[in-house]
Design a protein around this ligand. Structure first.
Ligand code: GLC
Ligand code: CA
Length: 574
């Protein structure tokens, strides 16, 4: 059945830090239910819930102990059913996070796989014999006795991707934290288990799934070394978007998704355009949309967010080029994107792409305008709507395995001095996105009535919080509401074509969206300096503003814009 995912706005919740309803300092489902009217008031149509399943929190929910239950820290299955029902009554769909590239090491399948090496669960995972320790790989490994891991694969969070199973001396694959054990998708029983899990939630009335690292579920047969065998390397070429991945997703579609009114959004590592088209293009019957990472990783080196070699420097021109090639490519290829400026894995967008000091409000609005008018379905992340910023965090305040581990790895593997490694992590850590939501200027930012939140609250909550923003007519939150309303009222933004204009302008990003003869022109100054843009030989001589960050401005060939000013014009009509 076809669910119209193109005209939706998705609000992402990372439940642990959204709202605590029982005073234990941890956000929960009760808190999400309590805030449903708030989410409705923003105009969001769908909530993507980051994982709420039982978990030992090695990766805060992305290490799942049981796929068909609710983490007691977050509530009960009754709470979940109530959430779905109350959201539905408000016209809001719930999207679950499906993390099935790996299970947690505490999952009963994995426990069984370890306890009974001859049993059927062994083949649910990827176990392999090690190599002789004297194979001398040329890279440092943790203390080993007798053997070293089967190949040189690096985990996404640093270190070897293999853990030793002490009982048999074999190794098992963990591409993320050592407690996230990769499932063996080549085993048809594993796939049937996944389809069962999906039906379990779909039958409870959810609107769909966000599929975690879904392009890595198939692994190259034989698990060969990646690149230079003398180094640990992340095995992109052996795990990303293999032909089998597409087969598995078609099977998922046929056996599960096609029987429900729902949608899917895929998350994957390094997802180039051609891959996105293969997953989401016409007639592929795989996924409805994918996320891309090129904008999120702008200014990072080729190895990702902690690759500091470009010093996180980027220009508006670079941003525009990446933006344009994605938007054009996806439109022409008939694919679809989920667009975002932040999520639970990224620093706060005003700190990363805007100005979190002098122009915090302005840049929060400017970035929101871009995200809400792009070609694709807009996703927004909790706290973005009030322009929350990165939080000053000392290493002892870091919660995320990625931060803690990569801090070590930068020093031990890349020989980065500790103070610099600390600065890099402090700039890019996912913990910025995970500090508690700032609801008010009151105790604990209104996040919890308890003594203390589970994680440090950004001290700027006294100035940046929902309650105060709601009182201020010029607020970021009010602007988000206007943008979402605009998106709902103008199908140009949902279904319209896309074309960038004034490409060579070094400060302003500008593009047209057109649908059934109606056109919108969006122009946003992405810098903290005034800008001027020449719209060129205007094809559309007439226009009037329908939304601006700085009030009304007349339309003309030459626009002068304030720092981080954004405007949306209706053009080409009499
Ligand atoms: C995805 C999630 C991230 C998680 C990883 C492993 O990238 O967004 O939070 O750590 O997958 O599950
Ligand atoms: Ca709680």
């Amino acid at each position: 059945m076809s669910y119209d995912f193109k005209n939706k706005v998705v609000y992402q919740i990372w439940p642990r830090s959204f709202k605590d309803s029982n005073g234990d300092g941890i956000g929960d489902l009760g808190g999400v239910i309590e805030k449903l009217p708030y989410i409705k008031s923003l105009g969001a149509d769908v909530i993507w819930l980051s994982p709420v399943y039982p978990s030992h929190n090695h990766d805060y929910g992305y290490d799942i102990d049981d796929y068909c239950a609710i983490n007691p820290e977050f509530g009960t299955m009754e709470d979940f059913d109530r959430l779905v029902a109350e959201a539905k009554a408000l016209g809001i769909g719930i999207v679950m996070d499906l993390v099935v590239n790996h299970t947690s090491s505490h999952h009963k399948w994995f426990r069984a796989a370890v306890e009974d090496p001859a049993g059927k669960y062994r083949d649910y995972y990827i176990f392999k014999k090690g190599r002789k320790a004297d194979a001398n790989p040329g890279y440092k490994l943790p203390v080993t006795t007798g053997t070293i891991p089967p190949n040189n694969w690096l985990s996404a969070f640093g270190g070897s991707a293999w853990q030793k199973d002490e009982k048999t001396g074999e190794y098992y694959l963990t591409l993320f934290t050592p407690n996230q054990c990769d499932l063996n998708w080549a085993n048809p029983e594993v796939r049937e288990e996944v389809w069962k899990i999906m039906r379990f939630w779909l039958d409870r009335g959810i609107a769909g799934f966000r599929l975690d690292v879904i392009n890595a579920i198939a692994k190259r047969e034989g698990l060969p070394d990646s690149g230079d065998p003398k180094k640990l390397n992340f095995p992109f070429e052996h795990i990303v978007s293999l032909p089998k991945t597409h087969e598995y997703l078609k099977e998922m579609h046929e056996k599960v998704l096609s029987h429900y009114d729902c949608f899917t959004v895929g998350e994957g590592m390094v997802t180039p355009l051609d891959a996105v088209l293969k997953y989401t293009g016409p007639g592929t019957n795989e996924l409805d949309m994918m996320f891309q990472f090129d904008l999120a990783l702008i200014g990072c080196g080729p190895l990702g967010k902690f690759d500091f070699r470009k010093l996180y420097h980027w220009t508006v021109r670079e941003y525009k080029d990446i933006f344009d090639s994605w938007e054009t490519g996806v439109e022409h290829g008939g694919g679809w994107l989920g667009n975002y400026i932040s999520n639970h894995d990224q620093p706060r967008p005003v700190s990363r792409f805007g100005d979190d000091k002098k122009y915090r409000r302005e840049s929060a609005k400017a970035l929101a305008m871009i995200n809400m008018t792009m070609y694709g379905t807009p996703f927004m992340y909790q706290g973005e709507e009030i322009g929350m910023t990165n939080c000053p965090l000392e290493p002892e305040e870091w919660k995320d395995f990625e931060a803690i581990n990569d801090y070590e790895m930068l020093q031990s593997m890349m020989h980065v001095p500790a103070p610099i490694a600390k600065k890099i992590v402090q700039k890019m850590t996912r913990d910025h996105a995970r500090t508690p939501m700032q609801w008010s200027a009151g105790k604990n930012a209104g996040f919890t009535d308890g003594e203390e939140a589970w994680m440090k609250i950004n001290p700027n909550y006294t100035e940046i919080n929902v309650e105060d923003d709601l009182k201020n007519p010029d607020s970021v939150i009010d602007f988000y509401k206007q943008l979402i309303r605009l998106r709902h009222l103008n199908d140009e933004l949902n279904y319209g074509s896309y074309r960038m204009i004034a490409k060579s302008n070094r400060q302003v990003i500008a593009f047209l969206r057109e649908y059934e003869g109606r056109r919108l022109l969006i122009a946003v100054n992405m810098t903290g300096r005034p800008a001027r843009i020449d719209l060129g030989e205007l094809e559309y001589r007439k226009g009037h503003i329908i939304l601006g960050t700085h009030g009304s401005e007349k339309y003309s060939r030459f626009l002068t814009m304030q720092p981080f000013e954004g405007r949306i014009y209706r053009v080409g009509e009499a």
